[in-house]
Design a protein around this ligand. Sequence first.
Ligand SMILES: Cc1ncc(COP(=O)(O)O)c(C=O)c1O
Length: 490
Amino acid sequence: VVSVLKALPKESLSPEEVFKVLENYVLGDMDPYSGRMWGHIYNAGLDDLLDVARRAYLMFMDKTMLDFTTYPSILKMENDVVSITASLMNGDENVVGNFTYGGTESIMLAVKAARDLFRKKKGNATPEIILPSTAHPAFYKSAEFLGLRVVRTGVDPETFKADVDDVSEAIGKNTAIIVGSAPNYPFGVVDDIKGFGELAIDHDLWLHVDACLGGFVLPFFKKLGEKVPDFDFSVDGVSSISADLHKYGYAPRGASVILHRNKDLRINHIFVKASWPGYPLVNTAVLSTRSAGTLAASWAVLHYLGEQGYVRLAEKILRVKKRLMKELPSLGFKILGEPESGIMAFTSENVNVFRLSSLMTSKGWYVQAQPGSKLLNFPKSLHLTITPNHERVIDSFLQDLSSAMLEIQKTGKTEMNIEEVMKSLGLYESELGDLSGKLDSLLSILDLSEGETPGDMVVINELIHIMPPEMVELVFRSIINDILFKPTRV
Ligand SMILES: Cc1ncc(COP(=O)(O)O)c(C=O)c1O
């Protein structure tokens, strides 16, 4: 049988037929509103809030943010949202910014602005970006897209905060930008932004604070008396901040803000093109045409919740967090570092945490495994993004976690010896460039099917932990390119 690409249906489908298929597609999905996912969803657990966001989204779904001369409402909403975010970040009246479709986009604009400022000062040398190892991959992606050289620095193995001395030593004549996280994604701890600020001032460098995760939750934790290190424009030397509305801002996906301390910095990220026959194209973001739906929903959510609403939601997160901080150690787990945010990671010396994550999946939970890296000395761990919606499920979560742990301990150690598997495939010895011959045998033990989301991740996570990261990157590129993202065939 010759397989062909799935094509448009010859005849139109009815709405019922369309949704029948989609409803069939989602059967294998988790429900993002269930509270059972501890990652990839920031749910306030408020149906009324979702209604407000959806109404605003639909109202603006077909209005474009491409051209600010088209819809006056869009410029107004963007300026409102930026202003509210700047005020949360303790900005003064000089702070400016723009709405973007996500953290990566905000970060890319900051890196682009820093690069172009560097070029104005230093000409054609290759600019460098210094990244503590906990910095989000969006910075590597930005460096790759924008032609910066990455200089990696370390983090403290106990606190998981960026080592400021290490950054200080890494600063050179071509350093264009240094980066701190508030907090970092893997461990939820906030870097020493004051320390970074001093370096930025001493060396006249761009300092970006990645508050994608913390921007809309840390200010409210602070209000509730939690110990949160200063991380925003109150710290001298901070040039730009990214803060994601689609995370703890509780806006729908496709919503973030990039802030600059002043317009002289921001001008470097703006794109304008007049030398073509069409209208002058002006972009304040990476993307051009995009729905104003997520901006409108962000505007609506910010106003509907207000400070009072965000504080109340932050209280819920803190209550769940305190339960976890108390119960996880009593179940024998170790919490990594001292998370100051709504994010935490934990590990275990008694059970394989990848097996635990997989068992929790079979119990209907999503607990993200963080493979870490043996070579880079990053521990294996499990990640929890705590949201207000977790308050109603925390008891059953802890119960299931505890019984999953007992189940694993009862069945004993049945792990496949991954190092042996690697050796038998000759992967340990293989050079990075010489992986092609071994890729097939490697893929054969991973149990992957074309065009389908991988099932059990235990072996994959073990491999990621043990293989050199460069090799993991190579293998993943190939898996993505050759196996998973394949046009549907019928
Ligand atoms: C700390 C941090 N920075 C940046 C990003 C990138 O954000 P996005 O996925 O919205 O592009 C994330 C995403 O999880 C993050 O946790």
